[in-house]
Design a protein around this ligand. Structure first.
Ligand code: ADP
Length: 733
């Protein structure tokens, strides 16, 4: 920035403080306001000089008092503008006062016969013209020389001698100065405006350029990193399913888990950049919240049980079963918080509480994850949600992680109209809570409400958090619940109150475990009535036949979900059993049983990368699906055209980025009948390494039926085949 630009920009900042609400003015009005305020401000400043000179020369003469009076007018106009905020009013008033001043000058100079009548009206025109054409550098030199000559004229005693000729000269000089004054102020503001505009344009261009580069970099990296990963993970998956020695199996396991951590890291970085680039899609679909959080808690339970930590899920404050929003992003945030809670906890419980509050637009969902872990120092709480921050440098060495999870979580919450907070005490534990705004679902899920249970329910669990949560979850269905923490206490209670509807027993209890308590109940002298429900560790669900022989009616895995409790409650109402076993809305269920169609499904995989072709072929093969491989769109057309019967190929997995003809063009060609009429409507699943906003829409717009990202996730592949390819096949009998 040049010196003049810096000078004018600084002046603008000072003068903007005199303008009421400058940010609310249009650029044109802001310019006018700056011009007006600038003229008044400089007139005020220079008038001080005038008063001083006049006072020194003539004392309190009429001229000095006039100048003092002008000072009040300038100040009055500035103050009125600040208070009235009316730019037009003040501009009109300033012009009116200027005209009055011109008229008085003409009058005192001899009335209508005055020569001033010829040149005074030129004053505004000349100022405007100079303001328009004059360069700022010239203006500054002019003002300096004018001030200098005024000083000299005063020094020579010319300005204050009241001789006619000199008076006229003095007036002409004053007016020239005033004219230049307006011009200079105009030029200064014009320069300031231009400087600001130039600066803004440069910044805007830079930002646009950086944004473009970032997006391009992101798309390229996404593709480049994920493509080889498809090969690495796929091959490791296949290797681990083959015959290996224990040592080889162990090595493959280590390689797989390292590859998975690296993939998670890549995904985190991509996610973060996607959000930063504003390319994160937030979906709005109906979902069942009980099912979603039940699935999340169950999925995390394996990780927790390997550290002997119990996850407890409390959803009893959910006011409605389903909502409309983005379940995958909610899953991502919750999974991250639970995973951190498990990671930073040695012993104890991770309590996940889900609540909803109806509001004007639908509901606010609040999810809290409370742990009994190492906690976070108070001074670090503020920085946690910044990217790449961990509580201390040793965290990543000891616990792993990138320090991006919470930053992503915060941005996702904000994208969904909510936020995330944390409270924590070192050595005691932390609670992370987030909120998101959700809409009401288009189709409300059927909650299969039960009739109230009239009998007693007894719950035995040594973990007080789990115990009170299960009690709360059941309280809407039953009013007679007894919660006990010890097996011997439970046995005494049951002996005294032998008539019960349901008895929930925790498997893992100290001194007397669940099985021992069940045996004691069965062998009790006073017969104890009630369906026995064993709550066991998720990794230990085998042996159901044995349990049935022991009289256990139901064996449910911990964490206890809404679905499990419904199953248990249904034991008391056998007529509802069928409904409860088959919940109406099961969006996340992954069908893995494709054996019904064994070897009947043929899927054409089109990908230019030979490793990816091999991986896809092996994955399909492991599900007894027959892969047909093509390394380009042209080869795919050849295969399809040489087998015109639709039954030959049932679906196509199509890579999007391929040389010569990409997946989008190939799909459009198939839809236009280029591969034969019998394949016009064949299911096509896109396979792409990019996971950018708009990719899905692009695939769907090209005529593809669904979308998979690399590296291929087996469960998703099976789900897509199940939902898209299988409905079009007639099973052979
Ligand atoms: P990371 O991938 O490193 O876990 P996060 O953004 O998820 O990244 O977490 C940032 C840091 O916040 C962690 O490294 C850890 O120091 C701290 N932190 C997060 N959750 C917890 C928790 N439940 N208990 C203690 N510290 C936590």
């Amino acid at each position: 920035m040049s010196l003049i630009e810096a000078f004018t920009t600084r002046q603008l900042r000072i003068l903007d403080t005199l303008i009421p609400n400058p940010h609310q003015l249009s650029p044109e009005n802001l310019r006018r306001a700056r011009l007006l305020v600038g003229i008044l401000f400089y007139a005020f400043t220079l008038n001080i000089l005038l008063i001083a000179v006049r006072y020194q020369n003539t004392g309190w003469s009429t001229a000095t008092i006039n100048a003092l009076f002008s000072q009040f007018i300038y100040l009055g106009l500035l103050l009125t503008y600040k208070l009235s905020k009316n730019l037009n009013l003040i501009s009109d008033a300033a012009i009116a006062l200027a005209l009055v001043s011109i008229s008085i000058t003409i009058y005192s100079d001899g009335g209508l016969t005055s020569r001033a009548t010829y040149w005074l009206p030129v004053f505004p025109l000349v100022s405007q013209s100079i303001a328009y054409h004059m360069k700022a550098g010239v203006t500054v030199s002019l003002i300096i020389s004018l001030l200098f000559s005024t000083y000299l004229l005063h020094g020579e005693g010319i300005l204050h001698q009241a001789e006619n000729q000199q008076v006229l000269f003095a007036r002409a000089l004053t007016l020239t100065m005033a004219t230049l004054f307006v011009a200079i102020v105009s030029v200064i503001y014009d320069n300031g405006r231009k400087a600001l505009e130039k600066q803004l344009t440069i910044e805007k261009e830079n930002a646009e350029q950086a944004f473009k580069l970032k997006s391009e970099f992101l798309a390229t990296m996404s593709h480049e990193l994920r493509t080889p990963f498809n090969g690495v993970l796929g091959m490791l998956e296949l290797l681990s399913n083959s015959q290996l020695s224990d040592q080889q199996q162990h090595r493959v396991h280590l390689a797989k888990s390292s590859a998975q951590s690296l993939l998670m890291l890549i995904n985190d970085i991509l996610d973060f950049s996607k959000i930063e680039a504003g390319k994160q899609d937030i979906e709005a679909i109906d979902f069942d919240a009980q099912m979603l959080f039940g699935d999340i808690a169950e999925a995390m339970a394996y990780q927790a049980s390997s550290k002997n930590i119990e996850i407890v899920l409390d959803t009893h404050q959910l006011q409605q079963p389903s909502f409309k929003g983005d379940p995958n992003r909610i899953r991502q945030i919750t999974t991250n918080l639970i995973s951190n809670a498990i990671k930073f906890t040695k012993v104890g419980t991770v309590l996940v509480t889900v609540e909803s509050q109806p509001d004007a637009n639908g509901s606010t969902l609040q999810v809290s994850v409370q742990d009994s872990g190492i906690g976070i120092p108070k001074e670090k709480l503020d920085i946690l949600f910044q990217s790449f921050t961990q509580v201390d440098a040793s965290t990543s060495r000891k616990y792993g992680g990138s320090g991006l999870g919470l930053a992503i979580a915060k941005r996702l919450c904000q994208l969904m109209g909510g936020d995330i907070q944390v409270t924590s005490k070192e050595g005691i534990g932390s609670t992370f809570s987030f909120t998101v705004s959700l809409n009401n679902p288009d189709h409300a899920a059927d909650d299969h409400t039960h009739e109230k249970i009239t009998g007693n329910i007894v719950i035995v669990d040594d973990n007080p958090i789990a115990l009170s949560t299960i009690k709360n979850q059941l309280s809407a269905d039953c009013h007679h619940i007894t919660a006990l923490t010890q097996a011997d206490e439970a046995l005494t209670h049951l002996t005294n109150n032998p008539d019960n509807a349901l008895i929930f027993i925790d498997m893992n209890m100290p001194t007397t475990n669940g099985i021992e308590l069940i045996k004691a109940i069965q062998n009790n002298q006073t017969p104890i009535k009630g369906k026995l429900i064993l709550m066991s560790d998720i990794s230990n669900l085998d042996g159901n036949t044995l349990l049935q022989e022991m009289g256990v009616s139901l064996n449910i895995p911990k964490p206890i979900t809404h679905k499990d409790l419904k199953k248990a409650l249904a034991l008391t109402q056998t007529s509802l059993l069928e409904n409860t076993e088959q919940p109406a809305n099961k969006p996340d269920q992954i069908p893995t049983d494709l054996t019904l169609y064994k070897s009947e499904i043929h899927i054409l995989v089109v990908d230019d990368n030979p490793i990816n072709l091999e991986v896809a072929a092996a994955l399909l093969d492991s599900f007894d699906i027959q892969p047909v491989l093509a390394s380009s769109a042209h080869e795919a057309f050849k295969i399809l055209s040489s087998h015109p019967k639709k039954d030959f190929i049932h679906g196509i997995i199509m890579d999007c980025q391929m040389p010569t003809m990409d997946g989008f063009e190939a799909t459009q060609a198939i839809r236009n009948g280029l591969a034969g009429n019998s394949y016009i409507n064949i299911p096509i699943i896109a396979l792409t390494a990019n996971a950018m906003k708009g990719d899905k829409e692009r695939c769907l717009a090209a005529g593809m039926n669904d979308y998979l990202t690399k590296p291929i996730n087996i469960d998703k592949l099976v789900t897509v085949i199940h939902s898209i390819v299988i409905p079009g096949i007639e099973p052979k009998h």
